[in-house]
Design a protein around this ligand. Structure first.
Ligand code: SF4
Length: 234
């Protein structure tokens, strides 16, 4: 069962604390939809730094999406090697590009800008290998929509905060958070929870003593007494 504290009011309180700690929680970039989609594929199972490096290397080696789609797979994999899993990601990228070209008559997803959120989300998740998280990233960062991508950090922190049940899968957490978070706050909450997850609410051990949410978080008591015990008497 979801924590009884998983309420819109609590979400607003969490967001206020995160803004106070980290400053404005704005999206990190505003990309073209197809660029964002391919960048998100490159970011799977690697850091943002490595994904950005792979994206730059890809666009340097193959400046147009036409060239990426037509490239020999081995050459494409070499170009994105710094992003990891290159031999898996290269064919995945080409499959997506071919599908986009077939549907749109070119390598351009600007048409999504005119679609309502639900339609754009459905379009994106109907592309080969694109799940709810990647669709939400494109909605948030390329289309300026109010979406909450549930990546590994958001998934972990939302469960620790009791916003979704401990055992909720990422897909279920995506649906629950979409319904729970008030309109207009989803992208900001995503940015704030990612920042918290990277810097404080880390896996496997959260640094609750440093957390601006510790008095709101049902997980904190599990870690705070242990920290005091470890430090011992002074
Ligand atoms: S109090 Fe601890 S478990 Fe809760 S969100 Fe903060 S760091 Fe994570």
């Amino acid at each position: 069962m979801t924590d009884p504290n998983a309420t819109p009011r609590r979400v607003r309180a969490i967001l206020r604390r995160l803004e106070r700690r980290f400053g404005p929680l704005s999206p990190p970039r505003a990309s073209a939809p197809l660029d964002e989609l391919i960048l998100t594929v490159l970011s799977q199972h690697t850091s943002d730094v490595n994904a950005d490096r792979a994206f730059t290397s890809l666009r340097t080696a193959f400046p147009t999406w036409d060239q990426v789609a037509a490239a020999p797979q081995a050459a494409l994999a070499d170009a994105i090697r710094s992003g990891g899993l290159a031999d898996t990601k290269a064919p995945r990228i080409q499959t997506i590009l071919r599908e986009v070209s077939e549907r749109e008559g070119g390598y351009d997803l600007s048409r999504l800008r005119d679609m309502p959120d639900a339609e754009a989300r459905a379009y994106l998740t109907s592309l080969p290998g694109i799940g709810p998280k990647t669709a939400a990233v494109v909605l948030s960062f390329a289309l300026g929509r109010d979406a909450i991508p549930v990546d590994t950090h958001v998934h972990r922190v939302a469960r620790r905060l009791g916003l979704v049940p401990t055992k909720a899968s990422a897909e279920r957490a995506d649906r629950l958070l979409h319904d729970l978070v008030p309109d207009g706050l989803r992208t900001s909450l995503h940015v704030g929870l990612i920042r918290l997850g990277r810097e404080i609410c880390k896996a496997p051990t959260p640094r609750c003593a440093l957390c601006p949410l510790k008095d709101l978080c049902p997980t904190a008591p599990r870690y705070l007494p242990e920290r005091r015990q470890r430090r011992g008497p002074r």
